[in-house]
Write a protein that binds this ligand. Structure first.
Ligand SMILES: [Zn+2]
Length: 207
């Protein structure tokens, strides 16, 4: 031992081991790797903690970056989302159905918010709801067949030919009784934008 003083001894060891590490870099990395593999759980927890602390400290900066990159690549992201939905349609629908089953409270909340938004739109468009008798007449005229897809159905829903969000009114002349599937499929589009609705229906609407 070259030094009697504890502090000096410590310094000496530190210096020596650093030297050894630099000389045997490959060996060192191998040991480190082995140690990490053995204690993977410990490292995982430490990594997680480090990331969490970083996220908490730089929250605004991270969000800002995400926002910027989203707006920069918005078109691309939306296209990718659309393609992903097309490819995994069934899986997504099943997942959301089972989510709704597991979270009935949250689901109800979402439905309520959507309904209130819808009512607000209806109010803004300044129209009156159609009466129950008028609705029954529409349904009866269909003879149990959805006018959009020509398939038999038992349950009809209101479809706004010009959607409310595009300024269509909640009035008799703008409402069709169709099956729920077609209503969902049509979404916020105009009839003229859809290629799966027959020309006959499109013409009758244009009259
Ligand atoms: Zn239909």
């Amino acid at each position: 031992m070259p030094y009697k003083c504890a502090k000096k001894r410590q310094e000496y060891h530190k210096k020596y081991s650093l030297k050894w590490n630099n000389k045997n870099r490959k060996k060192c990395l191998k040991y480190q790797k082995k140690y990490k593999e053995k204690n993977i759980e410990k490292f995982r927890i430490a990594d997680n903690l480090r990331h969490r602390v970083y996220r908490a400290l730089h929250k605004e900066k991270i969000l800002d970056g995400l926002r910027k990159s989203y707006y920069k690549n918005r078109e691309k992201i939306l296209k990718q989302k659309k393609e992903y939905y097309k490819k995994n349609k069934e899986k997504i629908i099943n997942n959301s159905k089972s989510w709704a089953k597991r979270n009935p409270e949250k689901r109800r909340l979402i439905v309520n918010v959507q309904a209130s938004k819808r009512r607000k739109r209806e109010r803004l468009n300044g129209d009156k709801n159609i009466t129950i008798d008028q609705w029954r007449l529409l349904v009866n005229n269909n003879n149990g067949i959805c006018p959009y897809c020509n398939k038999k159905t038992e349950k009809f829903v209101k479809d706004h030919m010009i959607p409310l969000c595009k300024g269509g009114g909640n009035i008799l002349s703008n409402i069709m009784a169709v099956c729920a599937g077609c209503n969902f499929k049509k979404g916020r589009k105009l009839i003229s934008e859809l290629d799966w609705i027959s020309d006959k229906i499109k013409r009758s609407h244009n009259k």
